[in-house]
Design a protein around this ligand. Structure first.
Ligand code: SAM
Length: 255
């Protein structure tokens, strides 16, 4: 069944990534999974101790703080004050120094600064094509020449094969998070309806994002100043049509 998607405003996106998102965070991405993902990012972005890294849509800092523990100099940007507050608390507990910035990834203050930048865990594609391309352009401007950009997302081959809709259930004590995922086949977007049952109350939220193919990523990335673009599967494995995830890594042209 196809479902028509709606593109959210920044305020609606911020409301979606709220306290409920945080509450189920460690159930969805366990600390062990976050450790594994941070190791994969370190490798794919060719990071070394002292590398400067920008995470766009850093959420509650589960990846940014881990990269800082490994010795990178990390800046995390997010639109959600609640998630950034948690990221700062976690950084303090881990004894790492990460610069957390409240902002919109479509308009960034940095130029030619970072060795690497990344958007992890389906954090790209929330806007229309123009808005999504703006994110890539701003990321390119923030990187030094030769810097690397990584985007981790769902593999559209895999999600298009799903019999739509598909339900994912997460439980935390007596509370439930139910995600009902469908495809907007004509809009090339994935549509998520989230039902939260927490403390006996029910809340609903919606989100949708573009499902770009690898060749579309290549076209968009080249148009904003990237040269080579590589494809990987989940956590940097070899990409196959069956891979649940697509990881795109691009290098900014030396100019
Ligand atoms: C799916 S979460 C992923 C968070 C984090 N990357 C992780 O792996 O845990 C997407 C994040 O992007 C943030 N976000 C969405 N749109 C944004 C925008 N325009 N500018 C900055 N952050 C944004 C959300 O607030 C949320 O924290």
């Amino acid at each position: 069944m196809t479902k028509k998607s709606k593109i959210l405003s920044l305020q609606e996106i911020e409301a979606y990534f709220s306290d409920d998102y945080l509450y189920f965070g460690d159930v969805i991405n366990t600390p062990v999974a976050s450790d594994r993902q941070a190791r994969a990012i370190w490798k794919l972005l060719l990071l070394e101790k002292g590398s400067s890294v920008l995470e766009l849509g850093c959420g509650y800092g589960r990846i940014a703080n881990r990269l800082a523990e490994k010795g990178a100099r990390v800046v995390g940007l997010d639109v959600s004050p609640i998630l950034l507050e948690k990221a700062k608390l976690d950084a303090a507990e881990r004894g790492v120094d990460v610069e957390y910035v409240l902002g919109d990834m479509r308009s960034l203050p940095w130029r030619n600064r970072f060795d690497a930048a990344f958007l992890w865990y389906a954090t790209f594609g929330y806007f229309d094509d123009h808005g999504n391309e703006k994110v890539l352009r701003e990321a390119a401007r923030s990187l030094r020449n030769g810097g690397r950009l990584l985007i981790e997302h769902v593999n559209r081959f895999a999600s298009l094969r799903d019999r739509s809709p598909v339900c994912y259930l997460a439980q935390c004590d007596n509370d439930l998070r139910i995600d009902i995922m469908s495809n907007d086949d004509l809009g090339d977007r994935r549509v998520g309806e989230r039902v939260i049952v927490r403390n006996g109350r029910v809340r609903r939220a919606h989100l949708s994002f573009s499902q770009y193919s690898f060749s579309q990523y290549v076209r968009m990335l080249r148009s904003v100043g990237f040269g080579t673009v590589e494809a990987y599967g989940e956590d940097g494995e070899v990409f196959t049509p069956e891979s649940p995830r697509l990881v795109v890594v691009a290098s900014k042209n030396n100019t």
